[in-house]
Write a protein that binds this ligand. Sequence first.
Ligand SMILES: [Zn+2]
Length: 477
Amino acid sequence: MTLDILIRGGYVITMEGPGTGVINDGAVGVKDNKIVVVGPTSEVMQNYTAHRYIDAADTAVMPGLIDVHRHTGDTIVRGCAQDLPDKDWMFKGVLPLLSLATPEEIKLGSKLNIVESLKTGTTTFGDIYTPMLEIVKNHVDLKTRAVVSGMINQLPPDTSRIDPSVPYPLDPAIGQAKLLDNIQLVEQYHESQNGRIQCRFAPHASDMCSEELLREIKALGDKYGVNFFTHLSQSPKENNQVMMRTGMRPTAYLEKLGYLNDRLMVAHMTYATQEEVELVAKSGAAFALCSNSLCIIDGELPKGQEFLAAGGCAALGTDQAPGNNCNIMFNEMKMTALLHKFKNQDPTIFPAWQVLRLATIEAARALRMEDKIGSLRAGKLADIILVDLDQPQMSPVTDGPIRNLIPNLVYSARGTEVKTVIIDGNIVVENHELLSGDEQQIIRDANAASKRISSTLAESEWSKTLPLAQLTQEGYY
Ligand SMILES: [Zn+2]
């Protein structure tokens, strides 16, 4: 058989089996959008020829990284809501700024954010945002794989004056508009682009939607046969709001509404009890572990370790730029390992091989796509990255009796070592150059949009009450 692409002579990290499944001097063959063969280079070369050969000497060849929980649309205000008290991050940090951005500006920020991750090895994005009808076009253009949903809530545009001690002023008209967008998204994009784009419904969190809306979203997901994302017990505010409105805590409330099953992925559960974590894990729902984001926003680790210990399926997410500040999965892997080691005062927690699984095969499982992506195996979709090991921070490479490849990838790589990215059989990054878009133009466009938002902010009186504007004024930033 003649392949389209044959990558040969690399360290092939298959992510098959219980660990990372490394083949020294391995090869991967691609035809159309599928992986056809994976094995030792000598064997593969005996049986296959190719239209194009990629020499992978001094290179790790591995599945594309999967970021299961992400809000690319927040990027236009990257770095503008950092180091705030956790009670203020959302309502006095991020949301007031984003309320000044137009859908087009949010789309430009999202595109920048996708490029940041694509060039550092992320091939699949669990992207949740409103207006997703705009943002999804970025995934189409840049040729990324994405599981997308609108983020449905009923919050008013100006959240800076919300008093969390009384029930939120939910606005049904806002919820309906966002729901209609999500319906259109599903009808227009689900399974589109050769299956690269999958859609879901995503109630933002149970405190930000009325019961009527939550029931409507659930019924629509069932009708269209698509899955769900939501945030769960992400703040004490959420627990209090749901308790005020329903007399229940968010987990019990979602269970009552029929959400807790293997079609749901939840994020965070930072303020859930151990019993709640176990209940969700046993329900079959998946968990998005966003360690960096929650440490920056809340100074807390989300309940991923507990979720895994309860037998649940968890995977890594980078959440959003104004929280995490950085949407590079190599950074997420390293920090996830380090933060959990520190929390547990135990260096054996979250070893490198495990966090790499949480960014690849386990992430595919969490998205219910393990039969398609997450490992290098004949028959799976061709989402493959090549990582340059011929770099000071990646050297030396030892093959045995100790193989240091996986620790080096998790603890040393910064993401910039990724030189080639293949998604669905298409080469979208080659020799560090983005082929599916004009990177410099994308950066320029996002900077121009950010400047416009800043000048609108400068004209408003209320901007002076924003904590980071005050600290900037005082010379701290
Ligand atoms: Zn999130």
